[in-house]
Write a new protein. Sequence first.
Length: 122
Amino acid sequence: MEIYSFTQSNGKRIKQFQSDFIMSRILHTEKPVHIASMYLEENGIIGFHQAVTAQLLLIVHGCGLVRGELEKFWNVQAGDAVFWKKGEWHETKSLNGLTAIVIEGEELDPSAYMTRSFCCYE
């Protein structure tokens, strides 16, 4: 499991086309991906299971706890992106609720665009 950051401070200011905004790149892929939104309500949980394919969980609102194969949980919050490789066991839960975007696909490499927030290899 790896945790990255896609917060505003990791972004780049865009000024083209009379624009003025900050964009934090997340990933690029040549192969198909599945993108979905997930809403964990109070005491919500995505149960302990193996990732069917590489998976990137982008926390966009709220906070929660994630883990890999060991029973050690890591705090995550809006702006964190959690990456699990195909076959990795993992779980996500939230006491107060969280909203996330999940991207699943064969060739995800978040390290190409995002900064690793902290390392939690197991």
